[in-house]
Design a protein around this ligand. Structure first.
Ligand code: ADE
Ligand code: ZN
Length: 379
């Protein structure tokens, strides 16, 4: 460094300080300024991610009938109304029976594209910015549909969602837990050529009697491939299934997980680990995990310090997409307020598998949304 430069330059310590100076932190968001009356609008408007959506569960009756006609399949219902009337579930299995039957209309690549594109249209309306989408390949390969047909159609819809709506997304391949370990292992092998399209693996379908341990080896193999791991546990199944999803499957998120509340030491364990729960309130009510929304134990999960996101699960079957889940949940549970809405939207980004820059951008947008709402209310 020349003498003249050093003479005219500020001391190094000042330069270093100036270079690394961060702008002053903005004041905290004034959640208390936002009254409950503003919540419906805020819940609709806030940016969010969806981390628990079975794309086959987004197949609306109208599209199911259209695809049935296109593929020359006869559905055992006279019309859309008769089909909807059959959606009176008594438990998880009563739903799954109809859900798998409904998926039988999906045969060709455009069918998967149309189904997922319809979901993304709804997600865009709900201000969803990022989606981690479950799909059940065995539901399709078991009927002779190629893995590639399924993934190609879904990926084309994901690409279109980014172009048209700026929504980012990734696919999570779920193993059906009512089928055997060997079938899950074979499914992972069939998916290997498409590894680059997959974000992770999950575990779904009939929970009771099918503990996570059954899938230890396939999850281990998926982990070795660098795939993320998530698992349904504690929806209808006991809290022990949540423990084994964590310990044996190394699940990074627990899908549903609401029955953890039956075991306080498990709640403490989940809180200490910071493992998120992807909770689906409309699903829980429709599948009779809770008698009605007012009985949902979401507030206890939040007050216990758990990381929680809200999700739609199977929106075509359970009466609503993501915003409807937020609206009905907050309407039925008066103890929830703006701070909880923020916490769950924030968690949807924090618990997602997006990169740090994208996460920071989404969180900044979320913060602006809440600051704006608080300022508008005070004005
Ligand atoms: N597959 C689709 N929806 C599901 C749910 N809620 N639980 C388990 N498996 C599912
Ligand atoms: Zn689910």
């Amino acid at each position: 460094m020349s003498a003249s430069m050093s003479d005219s330059s500020p001391p190094l310590s000042t330069v270093a300080g100036a270079a690394s100076a961060t702008p002053p932190a903005p004041p905290p968001i004034d959640f208390d300024a936002i009254p409950r009356a503003r919540l419906p609008e805020l819940l609709r408007r806030m940016p969010k991610a969806e981390l628990h959506i079975h794309i086959e569960g987004s197949l609306e009756p109208e599209l199911m009938f259209a695809l049935a006609e296109r593929n020359h399949i006869v559905l055992p219902y006279a019309d859309v109304e008769a089909l909807r009337a059959a959606y009176a579930f008594t438990d998880l299995q009563s739903f799954l029976d109809l859900y798998y039957a409904g998926a039988s209309v999906l045969l060709r690549e455009p069918d998967y594209f149309d189904m997922a594109s319809a979901y993304f249209e709804r997600a865009a309306q709900d201000q969803v910015r990022h989606v981690e989408m479950f799909f059940d390949p065995q539901t399709h390969t078991g009927r002779g549909v190629d893995m590639g047909t399924v993934i190609d159609g879904l990926m084309r819809a994901c690409d279109r969602a980014r172009e048209q709506h700026g929504i980012s997304s990734g696919l999570i391949l779920c193993f059906l837990r009512h089928l055997s370990e060997d079938e899950a292992l074979a499914t992972l092998q069939q998916a290997l050529p498409f590894r680059h399209h997959l974000l992770g693996v999950g575990l779904d379908s009939s929970e009771r009697g099918h503990p996570p341990e059954k899938f230890a080896r396939v999850f281990e193999q998926a982990g070795a491939l660098g795939l993320h791991r998530v698992a349904h546990a504690g929806e209808e199944g006991p809290p022990e299934y949540i423990r084994s999803a964590l310990d044996v499957l190394k699940a990074e998120r627990i899908d549903h997980g609401v029955r953890c509340l039956e075991d306080p030491s498990l709640v403490a364990h989940l809180a200490a680990l910071g493992v998120p729960l992807t909770v689906c309130p409309l699903s829980n009510v429709r599948l009779r995990v809770y008698g009605d929304m007012a009985q949902h134990r979401l507030p206890e999960l939040l007050r216990a310090g758990l990381k929680v996101t809200l999700n739609s699960d199977d929106p075509a079957y359970f009466g609503g997409y993501l915003n409807q889940n937020f609206i009905e949940t907050f309407a039925a549970l008066p103890e929830l307020g703006a701070r909880d809405a923020y916490a769950m939207a924030r968690c949807s980004f924090d618990a997602s598998f997006i990169d740090a820059d994208a996460r920071a951008a989404h969180v900044a947008e979320l913060d602006r949304c809440f600051r704006h709402c608080a300022a508008e209310t005070k004005a």
